[in-house]
Design a protein around this ligand. Structure first.
Ligand code: IPM
Ligand code: MG
Length: 369
């Protein structure tokens, strides 16, 4: 039996710093829980561009398609702002998502009790919050053709992107949302703009079709995405699973993430179809970006990235109990008052560093034995 394989792509900005802490956690599970992984590392984003002139080398793409799970840090930074669009760091990430066909992006927004005071919303609105946004990740306006910037033949230019969804693209992501809902609160809310977009009308009809034909026992509602954004900040606990398209999911998930107090806390899983070994193609990454303003200062919060590894344990490696162990360790560390700079509010206590947070989590894991 060979070990399951993980490809680590730290990327840019704070990506490498937070990934160093994830490696400590991976090491702990190997030493203490007998969960050994074959870990390899490679470049993505600006780091890959600096080395190879492309944000994702073909060899790295090939490796990503072979391993059991990819763990990514973050891509992008001001240094790359003036690069041609086709080689921008973000293109590396989008290529991974597209070629691995990771159509279902799971973005949980969960409020840790210890941080309930930290949200910009009132405590009773977010205490106990646990919602899951399922974002379609391989289609829609991110990838639709035609696209580009062209002459409009009247002396000006025109920028074009196309929102495009097929029946099957909508149905498969809807199925993954209904499957998740069955294991949670049994409720799905689908969001689109069927009032102004034909692709939104199709979205609504196909999600309804999947519901009526395959998941009649799950409660389904529909909402326009703008109203959904409003409801997310008004009364987020009305939601269990939200399913939405690529662009709306990008916006709504940042909004939902911030409900919990900090982007530094939110993990994500991007899942595709099962491979031959039964595991889904999968990429795990924190929702936060590369945070160039704090890069290299030991300020970054590694929790989102460590929670992304917990999602890998659960969704790729069938280790739900170990994932819970890790999530509980993080809860403990927060309850004990450990705070990186992003989690310091008015009270102005001294923050701990990225590495100290990683060490505290490993210590809490050790205590869990
Ligand atoms: C995200 C990010 C990406 C996206 C960028 C970095 C391409 O904002 O994962 O939410 O827009 O999908
Ligand atoms: Mg985003």
């Amino acid at each position: 039996m060979t070990n399951p394989s993980i490809l680590i792509l730290p990327g840019d900005g704070i990506g490498p710093e937070v990934m160093t802490e994830v490696r400590k956690v991976i090491g702990w599970f190997a030493d203490k829980r007998g969960l050994a992984f074959d870990v390899s590392e490679d470049l993505v984003g600006g780091a890959a561009y600096d080395a190879h002139g492309t944000p994702l080398h073909d060899d790295t793409m090939a490796k990503a398609l072979e391993v059991d799970a990819v763990l990514l840090g973050a891509v992008g930074g001001p240094k790359y702002d003036d690069l041609d669009f086709s080689v921008k760091p973000e293109r590396g990430l989008l290529r991974l998502r597209k070629e691995m066909d990771l159509f279902s992006n799971l973005r949980p927004a969960q409020c840790f009790d210890a941080l309930a005071d930290f949200s910009s919303l009132k405590k009773d609105i977010i205490a106990g919050l646990d919602i899951m946004i399922v974002r379609e990740l391989t289609s829609g306006v991110y990838f639709g053709e035609p696209r580009g910037i062209m002459d409009d033949n009247e002396g000006g230019r025109v920028g074009i992107n196309t929102q495009r969804y097929t029946t099957e693209e909508i149905r498969r992501v809807a199925r993954s949302a209904f499957e998740l809902a069955k294991r949670r609160g049994n409720k799905v809310c689908s969001m689109e703009k069927a009032n102004v977009m034909e692709s939104g009308i199709l979205w609504r009809e196909e999600v309804q079709w999947v519901h009526d034909n395959e998941y009649p026992d799950v409660e389904l509602s529909h909402m326009y995405a703008d109203a959904g954004a409003m409801q997310l900040v008004r009364w987020p606990k009305q939601f269990d699973v939200i399913v939405t398209d690529n662009l709306f999911g990008d916006l709504l998930s940042d909004c939902a993430a911030m409900l919990t107090g900090s982007l530094g806390m939110l993990p994500s899983a991007s899942l595709g179809a099962p491979m031959e070994n039964g595991r889904p193609k999968a990429l795990y990454e924190p929702v936060h970006g590369s945070a160039p303003d704090i890069t290299g200062q030991g300020k970054a919060n590694p929790i989102a990235c460590i929670l992304s590894f917990a999602m890998a344990l659960r969704y790729s490696f069938d280790q739900g109990d170990e994932a819970t162990r890790l999530e509980t360790a993080i809860e403990t560390v927060l309850a004990d008052g450990h705070r990186t700079a992003d989690l310091i509010g008015e009270e102005g206590r001294a923050p701990i560093s990225t590495a100290e947070m990683g060490d505290a989590i490993v210590a809490a894991l050790e205590n869990s034995l």
